[in-house]
Design a protein around this ligand. Structure first.
Ligand code: IFM
Length: 455
């Protein structure tokens, strides 16, 4: 359904429409105003890690173009902006000295949003760990969880009076498994023990962060953003069905379990428990404090089959073929129905609070045409189809309160560098000119319908 008025009529009048970004992906200015390197600065400068050896030095130059980018967000018609705070700007060495100019930047950002009537959804950790913390082991060290707690306190002390919502982490799956087991993201580790340590200490940091946030800013709704995987067995066979259940426990249960149930999945403990760090008394209680909301980042399903190889490591699965005919430019299958079944499944398994879709969007790399326009119809279709799923979820009674498009603008797509584009707004990285794409204009028309009844 691409008719924006019809689509809008299927959402509650006060539904939130927003756009999302993350600090390292857009800010640039990595050496300015006291910021020190993050693990992504180091990783992107190592040969062979990031496509084209692209890095975040300039990115979208957002740090220097803050006011014009906030105007752009306003022009997009949305009522909320989801951004992340860069830990290495605030506490450049991870522990120790607080860097006031770093806090000033986010002060200006938050005030700029408020002045434009845009609500602020901050994420404290979207992967830019201060590099200095690697000296202690980064996320494989328990001390990093306490360093995060202090950082959370410092940020809330300064911004908490003006934030509309805060999330501790963005997609722990990526900063744990993708970064410490699969070696694709910084710090590029490929080791199950390291990954299991990162898993528990990230979960602990989340819980400690919740404590700090509530201490300082009890009124700010606290949440956690998870890229939950919609795990689908490649066939109806018993083996593939069991494989999918193991994959669920590994990819989702490792985070949803401790946070929403106060326990790690039994299958994960049985298979890998002896390689985990010590779960100290009180850890699970800290991790499982009730949240005000949670965020779902959804893009594509995860189809799995049983990996019968002798000695295959838990969860012992391999990828199963795509079923959907459409694949985005980054190679991800388009399958909106998996978003429905995922939300249903998660609310069945866990006692979840209200939710936002904190990221959803598609990678298509078309550029500016001769007419000066970016015709990205496939992205527009992707948004329309997934928003239709969201409207159905609301109609079925799921407490879905808002939706954030990923992303406001093209940006540094991690290991893919700048070659993969997710923006509603095209960025010319030579000139930094921003051009609203066809999908961006469509999204603006939709967002401008809200809040409905007020116009
Ligand atoms: O760009 C990322 C974002 O940082 C986290 N979620 C997925 C997006 C697309 O890969």
């Amino acid at each position: 359904m691409t008719d924006t008025k019809m689509l809008a009529s299927r959402f509650p009048a006060d539904f939130t429409f927003g756009v999302a970004t993350a600090s390292f992906q857009i800010e640039g200015a990595t050496k300015e105003d006291g910021r020190k390197p993050s693990i992504w600065d180091a990783f992107s400068n190592m040969p062979g890690r990031v496509f084209g050896r692209h890095n975040g030095d300039v990115a979208c130059d957002h740090y220097h173009r803050l006011e014009e980018d906030l105007d752009l967000i306003k022009e997009m018609g949305v009522s909320a902006y989801r951004f992340s705070v860069a830990w290495p700007r605030i506490i450049p060495e991870g522990v120790g000295r607080v860097n006031e100019p770093g806090l000033d930047f986010y002060d200006r950002l938050v005030d700029g949003c408020k002045a434009r009537g845009i609500r602020t959804f901050a994420t404290l950790y979207h992967w830019d760990l201060p590099l200095a913390l690697m000296g202690d082991g980064g996320w494989t060290a328990r001390s990093t969880a306490y360093a995060f707690q202090r950082y959370a306190k410092v940020v809330m002390d300064r911004l908490g009076d003006r934030l509309d919502a805060v999330a501790t982490f963005n997609e722990p799956w990526c900063s744990v498994w993708l970064s410490h087991l699969y070696g694709v993201h910084a710090p590029g580790e490929r080791n199950m023990e390291a990954a299991l340590h990162a898993m528990h200490y990230t979960n602990l940091a989340h819980g400690l962060g919740v404590e700090a946030i509530r201490d300082v800013s009890p009124k700010v709704p606290v949440g956690l953003v998870l890229n939950a995987h919609s795990v689908i067995p490649g066939s109806d066979s018993e083996r593939d069905t069991a494989a999918a259940e193991r994959a669920f426990d590994f990819h989702n249960g490792a985070f949803f379990g401790p946070v929403f149930k106060g326990e790690y999945p039994a299958s994960l403990l049985n298979a890998l428990g002896d390689r985990m760090p010590k779960v100290e008394e009180g850890d699970l209680a800290t991790i499982s404090q009730k949240l005000d909301w949670w965020g779902l980042n959804y893009y594509t399903p995860m189809r799995v089959a049983d990996d019968a190889t002798e000695g295959a490591e838990f969860p012992a699965t391999r990828p199963a073929p795509f079923v959907g005919e459409t694949v985005t430019d980054i190679g991800w299958e388009v399958w909106p129905a998996a978003m429905t079944s995922l939300v249903e499944d998660l609310y069945r398994r866990y006692d979840l609070p209200e939710m936002y879709v904190t990221e959803n969007g598609a990678c298509y790399n078309m550029g500016i045409g001769a007419d000066g326009e970016v015709d990205d119809q496939p992205r527009l279709d992707y948004y329309a189809d997934h928003l239709s799923v969201c409207a159905d979820l609301v109609a079925s009674g799921y407490p879905l309160r808002g939706y954030f498009a990923w992303s406001l603008m093209d940006n540094f797509e991690w290991a893919e560098g700048y070659r993969m584009r997710f923006g509603l707004v095209h960025v010319d990285y030579e000139t930094q000119v921003r051009t609203v794409k066809k999908s961006g204009k469509w999204y603006r028309d939709l967002a401008l319908e809200f809040p409905r009844g007020n116009q």
